[in-house]
Design a protein around this ligand. Structure first.
Ligand SMILES: Cc1ncc(COP(=O)(O)O)c(C=O)c1O
Length: 384
């Protein structure tokens, strides 16, 4: 019975949560195209939760994409339904952490077309991570094609327009060939896992307190902080969990050599908003990961008449910000209500309300991602 309902929904272009009454001609023609080109509609899979209640956790989908590098060349991409891999016990990823990853999202628009957000930027960042860890580069065109294919195959799992969710793509690259001495592997595996996600923070967009991590460093000035390698995240696990136990959902790192300037949060970049001077300030450092969200927000801020400064930020400058934001793909923005460093407490706003500039940047970004505002920067890459 459900199958027939879904088939009818598919034929008439409505996702389970979409309205039947507002079927626009654009949506209708899109559906005909979707049917004709064998491109299933987003939001038609049956999940264990409602689309609008999705959090940020693993959920099975139809397939992941796998691409292997052997004998000095990339093989053919495959779509694999089993969420397991068979791995050599000597794989360099397991012993020496020769592994890196990416994270990006695809969004359904009102006409049921689906678009990835700036995948070309992820392809570039993956390239720099591969180069730094001596892994073969996935050519950007191959990356884009692979991402498109896996989203297309899992189209039914793309949260429907209006659900506030997205399909999260997690490209992953690792040394799968065996080595016992410290050397790069001969064989590599590139995967793209996809899953439907909702809000990273369960309470949605609400200010949270951040703790300055004083006992540990995330990255060294000439280390690997500027690339998205697996080891950076394991280094952050203990400080992150200790901070959470103390009541801080997010940790802020300072530069490791002087402990005097702001670097970034565990998994997001730092942005300070100085409203008096209409300035958007974000750290410039060789050990910060270049965030694609930050890059996009900088463009939006400039477009909105803000002065964007990317430079060293002394910790004391926190006093000058009315709003502080943690930004990244998973969250877009997380407003920071206060930053605590030992006995020093820096408050932003009333600690409960989302700042006006944070809200404006978030709304504009989400509208572009949802296809509700003209994509004048050309960020959306259509899948289907
Ligand atoms: C350390 C770190 N900084 C910043 C970011 C935000 O980057 P992006 O906006 O590309 O997701 C991430 C997430 O990928 C991260 O892990």
């Amino acid at each position: 019975m459900m199958k027939w309902v879904l088939l009818l929904l598919a034929l008439f272009g409505a996702s389970p949560t979409a309205s039947f009454t507002l079927v626009k001609s654009v949506r209708f023609s899109r559906c005909l195209r979707a049917a004709a080109t064998d491109c299933p509609l987003p939001g038609t899979a049956k999940l264990d939760v409602d689309w609008k209640d999705l959090g940020f956790e693993f959920r099975p989908t139809k397939s992941h994409l796998k691409l292997e590098y052997k004998d000095g060349a990339w093989g053919k991409p495959e779509l694999v339904s089993e969420p397991y891999i068979k791995l050599h016990i000597g794989a360099t990823a397991l012993h020496y952490g020769q592994a890196c990853f990416e994270g990006l999202k695809a969004f359904a628009h009102e006409d049921n077309s689906v678009h990835m957000f700036r995948p070309d930027e992820n392809a570039k960042r993956l390239k720099s991570s591969c180069e730094r860890t001596m892994m073969p580069v996935v050519p950007p065109e191959l990356f884009l094609e692979a991402a498109r294919e896996v989203v297309k195959d899992n189209m039914a799992y793309v949260p429907p327009y209006g659900s506030n969710g997205a399909m999260y793509l997690r490209p992953l690259m690792f040394g799968s060939g065996p080595r016992i001495g410290l050397q790069p592997a001969d064989e590599y595996t590139f995967l793209i896992m996809v899953l439907p996600v909702g809000d990273y923070y369960k309470d949605g967009l609400a200010p949270i307190p951040a703790l300055v991590i004083e006992d540990y460093d995330r990255a060294a000035p000439r280390g690997v902080g500027n690339v998205k390698v697996a080891g950076n995240y394991v280094a952050d696990l203990l400080p992150n969990m200790e901070g959470k136990k103390k009541g801080f959902p997010i940790g802020l790192y300072l530069d490791s050599s002087t402990q005097s300037t702001i670097e970034e949060f565990s998994t997001s970049n730092f942005i300070g908003i100085n409203k008096k001077e209409k300035k958007y300030v974000t750290p410039k450092s060789s050990s910060v990961l270049p965030s694609i969200t930050n890059k996009s927000l900088m463009d939006l801020a400039k477009d909105g008449g803000w002065k964007v400064e990317q430079r060293e930020i002394p910790i004391k400058e926190l006093e000058t910000f009315e709003e502080v934001i943690a930004c990244g793909t998973a969250v877009v923005v997380t407003p920071i209500g206060k930053v605590v460093k030992g006995d020093d407490i820096y408050n932003f706003g009333d600690g409960k309300t989302v700042g006006e500039t944070t809200m404006e940047l978030y709304t504009r970004m989400r509208k572009i991602q949802n296809g509700e505002e003209e994509d004048k920067f050309g960020w959306n890459v259509q899948v289907c």
